[in-house]
Design a protein around this ligand. Structure first.
Ligand SMILES: O=P(O)(O)OC[C@H]1O[C@@H](O)[C@H](O)[C@@H](O)[C@@H]1O
Length: 352
């Protein structure tokens, strides 16, 4: 993780080849203003749409041939032999994304310090969703009628494009993953949809962009979240800022009957289990990981923020992570036929 204990802090000591990111040198709100730019620029995009071929039927080498971009995007074998996409930025940051679940399992700073957390009980054999990193919750955040957190994290996502910005001083490696409805999804949620998820390394920052398209002829509703697991020095020294004044739903007493409250604290600390959905949150929230650094989370479209620590329900690992999740839960998203919903999330490491 990004702790200053090893004598270097990746986000503070930057290789000269990589110019300081806006976040390092500028006020947080300036960074937040930059967030929406993302993929609107012109890319050298290797856009090869896979028609109905399932990822499972494709060999990793075929994927690499189609979507690999030297030095920036590599499709390789991950744990359990599962295909994963590795994005590498010239500044030294790196991200790994498994096609199973479309889950980002690793995001490292140029120093090699990991920011995300994968639980020790995570399985990479497709017997259950990968527990950790940034799993999808879609089309249900839960609890609800279908399996907890929906089906998107159990599906094989297909690569639809990969890209790297041609600008010599600003190459942003990116991969776009897609899922569409099939018999399995329609058995739980009878709607025609296409979800397109783009993961990009912008310097040291990790950007995600989710579009949910209604490809059917009836409107549908969904709830969703990016269930982001972040490594902390110790949960008892972790703090979340940016939630003061918000209404929250506390799910600890009973997830099916959350208790409504108002957040009075400017700093949320952890002294026991926490499982709260903060409604209509601001577009910026910060997790102080206890090392003198924080993860800055800036978002659009995602209206709510979930803070979750299982505490001693997960005795082997609860001290080491905190989930701060961008969510769309308080009011479900409604998407008309032919329309789409979009949520973006930008993560950056900042010094406090
Ligand atoms: O499915 P996972 O990764 O174990 O996460 C479960 C938790 O996910 C959180 O997002 C929910 O707020 C919790 O209520 C839930 O227990």
């Amino acid at each position: 993780m990004f702790v200053p204990l090893r004598g270097s802090v990746g986000h503070a000591t930057r290789p000269s080849a990589c110019p300081p990111s806006p976040l390092q040198n500028c006020a947080r709100n300036r960074w937040a203003q930059r967030a929406p730019q993302r993929l609107e620029r012109t890319f050298s995009r290797r856009s090869i749409v896979l028609h109905s071929a399932a990822v499972a039927e494709q060999s990793i080498s075929t994927l690499q041939e189609k979507y690999g971009i030297a030095d920036h995007v590599e499709i390789t074998q991950g744990e359990g032999g599962l295909p994963k996409v590795v994005l590498k930025h010239a500044c030294g940051s790196k991200a790994e994304i498994y096609l199973f679940g479309g889950v980002v399992t690793s995001w490292t700073q140029p120093s090699g310090d990991e920011v995300l957390f994968v639980r020790p009980d995570a399985k990479f054999d497709m017997s259950k969703p990968i527990s950790g990193g940034i799993p999808h919750c879609f089309p249900q955040f839960g609890p609800g009628a279908m399996q907890q957190h929906g089906f998107a994290r159990n599906l094989d996502w297909e690569i639809s494009t990969s890209s790297a910005d041609l600008q010599p001083d600003d190459k942003d490696p990116s991969v776009e993953l897609t899922i569409t409805d099939n018999d399995y999804t329609r058995s739980m949620w009878p709607h025609a949809f296409k979800a397109v998820y783009t993961v990009t390394l912008h310097g040291e920052q990790l950007r995600t962009d989710l579009h949910v398209h209604n490809t059917g002829d009836q409107p549908f509703d969904f709830t969703a979240a990016l269930h982001t697991y972040i490594e902390v020095l110790d949960i008892e020294v972790a703090k979340v800022r940016g939630l003061q004044g918000l209404t929250f739903l506390d799910k600890v007493p009973n997830p099916n009957e959350p208790v409504r409250g108002e957040e009075k604290r400017d700093v949320v600390e952890f002294k026991g289990p926490v499982d709260s959905v903060y409604l209509k949150a601001k577009d910026y929230v910060e997790l102080d990981v206890g090392t003198g650094a924080a993860v800055a989370i800036s978002s659009s479209g995602w209206e709510d923020v979930v803070v979750w620590s299982p505490w001693t329900d997960m005795p082997d690992c609860y001290k080491k992570f905190c989930c701060v999740e961008n969510a769309k839960f308080g009011e479900a998203a409604t998407v008309e036929p032919g329309q789409s919903w979009r949520g973006t999330q930008d993560l950056a490491v900042i010094d406090l």
